[in-house]
Design a binder for this molecule. Structure first.
Ligand code: ADP
Length: 401
């Protein structure tokens, strides 16, 4: 009777209860899922190297990874202080970056936050001497925008790179000193020419002055020759000193590659003559602009020519020939050093560029390996191939400036 009368009410009360219970269960499951997802997010965030921060579109910090041992050294940015401050990431960064550097970081961050760039990276100096940081920012593909920013202390890597570069410069310098040392006799001979020409011209001028009236046009000519010879001697000394000097890696500067090669050709010209070899320079007609460390690039040229002269040594007189060519090939500048020498056996060809590989009794075996590393720094290439007709051909190329 009661059931008959209140059937629909009972069913609706029970139904509503059931629905409520179901809703609670769904909410509980959803909360657990969200907590799980949050924990997962946090675990992923914390496992990333460096200090990771999630920024909103204005650059304010929303979340950061927890501080950890591997993030030591990041100072203000390594801690949760960023979130606590709720402030802007850039503001916090001001404590870490140096004045001028901050501008580059700010430009990058603004670009990513404004959606102009999807992802970008910048390396900058820290406030302490010899400290470096890398900042990577990636745009968040969400309706509200924002970005994920990762900051890593890259000081150990940068120090190791600098150390490697220093060691490389040191080796290159030693090799250069050895090469110039070998050229000693030839350089002295080279200097003797302008010096004796200066003496002869000066003595002739002295004699002319004793005549009355002195032959002024001839005197003028003699003095001009004296000046030109003196300049030539000065140049030889200057180039030799530049090669012997131990400069830390010089900043890259523009050079005419032809001119660099010509100067080396002048330096070794006499050595070639003393060895009974003919050295022919065939340089491109127009200047070949390159950017780099001139002394180091000349070291490469010097190495290749010295090796070619060594290689033609055992050949009979008259067959000791070396050609040095430069040319523009597309967007690159190319140097080819060819010789009619002993050539490359398969074993030598395989190991040519290995450090300390040499087939010469007094060889150091560093010339080619150093030349290759110098060229790598200049985005250059160096390879060797057998020369058609006997001997070896070295091809070196650099980006044209
Ligand atoms: P080093 O000249 O002190 O031996 P390099 O690294 O300059 O050191 O050269 C390594 C080796 O490569 C040389 O010992 C030689 O065997 C070989 N080589 C280099 N240039 C030539 C060349 N033009 N012709 C034949 N062999 C060469």
């Amino acid at each position: 009777m009661l059931w008959e009368h209140y059937r629909w009410q009972i069913i609706s009360v029970l139904g509503a209860g059931l629905l409520q219970a179901l809703l609670i269960v769904v909410l509980l499951v959803e909360r657990r899922r969200r907590r799980g997802a949050q924990r997962l997010n946090r675990a992923v965030l914390d496992s990333l190297p460096g200090a990771v921060a999630i920024l909103d579109r204005s650059g304010a910090v929303q979340r950061v990874s927890r501080p950890s041992a591997q993030r030591e050294g990041l100072g203000a940015l390594s801690t949760q202080r960023l979130v606590a401050s709720g402030g802007s990431f850039l503001h916090a960064l001001q404590r870490l970056a140096q004045g001028g550097e901050l501008e580059r970081v700010a430009t990058l961050l603004k670009g990513v936050l404004a959606g102009r760039v999807d992802e970008d990276m910048v390396e900058f100096r820290g406030p302490l001497a010899d400290t470096w940081y890398e900042l990577r920012a990636r745009r968040l593909d969400l309706p509200d925008g924002g970005a994920v920013v990762t900051l890593v202390d890259v000081t150990p890597r940068r120090r190791a790179e600098l150390e490697a570069r220093r060691a490389q410069d040191e080796r290159a310098h030693m090799e250069r000193v050895a090469a110039v040392g070998e050229l000693g006799a030839s350089i002295a001979h080279e200097l003797n020419q302008p010096l004796s020409a200066i003496l002869t011209n000066a003595e002739t001028a002295q004699r002319l002055l004793q005549r009355a009236p002195p032959d002024l046009p001839l005197l003028r000519e003699l003095i001009q020759d004296i000046i030109a010879d003196d300049k030539r001697a000065g140049e030889i000394i200057r180039h030799t000193r530049a090669l012997l000097k131990k400069d830390p890696a010089l900043p890259f500067a523009p050079h005419d590659f032809n001119e660099l090669v010509r100067q080396v050709g002048q330096l070794v010209g006499n050595d070639a003559q003393l060895r009974g070899a003919t050295l022919t320079l065939e340089l491109a007609g127009a200047p070949l602009p390159v950017r780099g460390d001139g002394v180091q690039l000349q070291q490469v040229v010097l190495n290749l020519i010295s090796n070619a002269l060594d290689a033609v040594g055992p050949c009979p007189q008259g067959e000791r020939k070396v050609w040095v060519r430069t040319q523009q090939v597309g967007a690159r500048v190319e140097l080819v050093v060819e010789d009619t020498g002993v050539g490359l056996s398969p074993e030598v060809q395989k190991r040519l560029f290995e450090p300390f590989f040499t087939t010469k009794p007094a060889g150091l075996g560093m010339g080619l390996s150093i030349s290759r590393s110098i060229l790598e720094v200049h985005q250059g290439r160096l390879q060797a191939e057998p020369r058609p007709g006997g001997g070896t051909l070295f091809r070196c190329s650099l980006p044209s400036a």
